[in-house]
Design a protein around this ligand. Structure first.
Ligand SMILES: [Zn+2]
Length: 88
């Protein structure tokens, strides 16, 4: 089979770094596709993206005026650790 050194594969770190811009639709088309592909194949980043999207919906509806970064971080950690426990 093919090698796994394809330059188009992002690491989780890279994907998460670009997540905000990805959701803001401010990445280049190529980069956006790379992030999308990573999220589609990675449970961890998929969960992170879901949390981030959910927050954005809430913010847009103004259910949450300003979600503190600490709260966002806490929920993210909880969701990802839940997912990890479920898998493990
Ligand atoms: Zn990932």
């Amino acid at each position: 089979m093919g090698d796994c050194t394809s330059q188009s594969d992002l690491t989780c770190e890279q994907a998460l770094e670009s997540l905000h811009e990805f959701l803001d639709d401010s990445l280049t088309e190529e980069m956006s596709q790379r992030v999308e592909r990573h999220i589609a194949s990675c449970d961890y980043c998929s969960t992170s993206a879901d949390v981030e999207r959910h927050f954005r919906v809430l913010l847009r509806k103004k259910c949450v005026q300003k979600a503190p970064a600490s709260l966002r971080q806490r929920i993210l950690v909880q969701m990802t650790s839940l997912r990890i426990e479920y898998q493990g």
